[in-house]
Design a protein around this ligand. Sequence first.
Ligand SMILES: [Zn+2]
Length: 86
Amino acid sequence: MRNIGQIISQKGFKMSKYICDNCGNIDFYENTINKVFNINEKLSLVENIPVLLCSHCQEPNLTIETTEHIRRLLNPTCNGNRVTPV
Ligand SMILES: [Zn+2]
């Protein structure tokens, strides 16, 4: 999901931070889903993931924050590129 910052439609009343990856819509409503992730050939079910459901195509869009949170949840030993101070 792309964060496109705050955009205002031509009519000036619609504001959204996000745009749907699937259809480009900017209207969402909040919901939670259960999703299975395949991490290193291992399937992990994550329940109650907060998502923004597209009001047009019902595609569940994860925010960058949520994606990052799940990534850490599923891979707690991975520190990414974090530099360890010496
Ligand atoms: Zn959509």
